[in-house]
Design a protein around this ligand. Sequence first.
Ligand SMILES: [Zn+2]
Length: 238
Amino acid sequence: MSLYHDRGVVLRTHKLGEADRIVVLLTRGHGKVRAVAKGVRKTKSRFGGRLEPPCHVDLLLYEGRELDIVSQAETVDHFRTVRDDLDRLGRAVSMLEAVDQLALERQTNARLYDMLVGALRALAGQDAPLVVAGFFLKALALEGFGPQVEECVVCGSPGPLASWAIEEGGLRCGAHRQGPAVSPEAVEVLQQVLGGRLGTALSETRAPVVAEVDHLATRALEHQLERRLRSVTALHRS
Ligand SMILES: [Zn+2]
């Protein structure tokens, strides 16, 4: 078996047998990887708590056919402030779940990896309210499914944009208004996130705007994941 080195973020784990665990990671060089961590559930495990979500670890892995095997794991970042705070941990887990569904096994996606590490650091540091929404929208854009927020999806008018047409992948102007209304403040934040001004968007703290953008970003992600699930199901049926 060949041995390889990579860095990864632990997305989730599940039990395997008496003492082992399967660890699902997003690695920088090998995409999503599923690996067995032997003896990790024993009290004196050599891995300690290093292989728990959302730890960022430096890994040495044996390549297997379906499952790799963790040989060594060294901590890059525990994200202690995230793990010790239930609210932040919950928000981190929602990003880990999104990545778990978006990333493909053994297909390098260094941008997604870098974005996830960046978002976890932002959550652990300043904990801006829009870290998760920003991450969802940027991740969708990276996969080629970013909502269109600069102009109306029907007529291409720059606005003012007034409603959110998720099925059509973006915003609609006042004349073509359909679907849930979107405030001008939320439109501005969406344009900041998707227009390369994430830093500005992360300074947004007005609760109603944050709640609105959070909701829109979550719906956009769910819509995309449902669509993909349907196309996978259709593929399996045919
Ligand atoms: Zn229009």
